[in-house]
Write a protein that binds this ligand. Structure first.
Ligand SMILES: [Zn+2]
Length: 173
């Protein structure tokens, strides 16, 4: 059975009166989006945690509560006493003297610092696809090149990688 054909002129649109709200930003919101309307028109809320300070993150924490929570998360991390270490601003410290000097020069205390383990990450080896963007030819690399890459990768393994911050491990003297 053929389904009924409906043309544009067949569509009857009835006006419906909606319960709407006009917000200070000039936008019209359906009544059930009242929360959204409020959210869109505020810049601050009271801090979700302390309820005292303002938070510029709507529905979030104030600066002081955010800092406190960040510190708690940091303190809960497993620890290492080994150097090198790295702060949250990518300063590396190679030994205790190095760290002490930095604290002194910058008028900082250990309690101000976020110090993480620094670990070497191996270099990523080259792969045969490295030059694939240079050619539209759907061919393989010359075998000489593959041999070169293999040799390069073999030698690369013997070179210690560069240091990176390991944010899952904090420094504790
Ligand atoms: Zn707060």
């Amino acid at each position: 059975m053929e389904s009924k054909k409906i043309y544009p002129e067949d569509v009857v649109l009835e006006p419906v009166k909606l319960d709407c709200l006009k917000a200070p930003n000039g936008k019209i919101y359906a009544h059930y989006f009242k929360d959204r309307a409020i959210y869109d028109n505020i810049t601050h809320t009271k801090c979700k945690t302390c309820g005292i300070n303002d938070s510029e993150y709507k529905g979030g924490d104030c600066f002081s509560c955010r800092s406190k929570k960040a510190r708690e998360r940091y303190m809960a991390l497993p620890t290492t006493s080994e150097f090198p270490i790295c702060d949250d601003d990518n300063h590396f410290f190679w030994d205790e003297g190095d760290l002490e000097e930095y604290l002194e020069d910058n008028d900082l205390e250990m309690e101000d610092m976020y110090l993480y383990a620094a670990e070497r990450k191996p270099f990523i080896p080259l792969d045969y696809e490295y030059w694939s963007d240079q050619s539209t030819e759907d061919g393989e690399l010359p075998s000489k090149m593959e041999a070169l890459i293999d040799d390069f990768n073999k030698k690369l393994k013997d070179i210690p990688g560069l240091y990176f911050q390991n944010e899952k491990l904090r420094y504790r003297p």
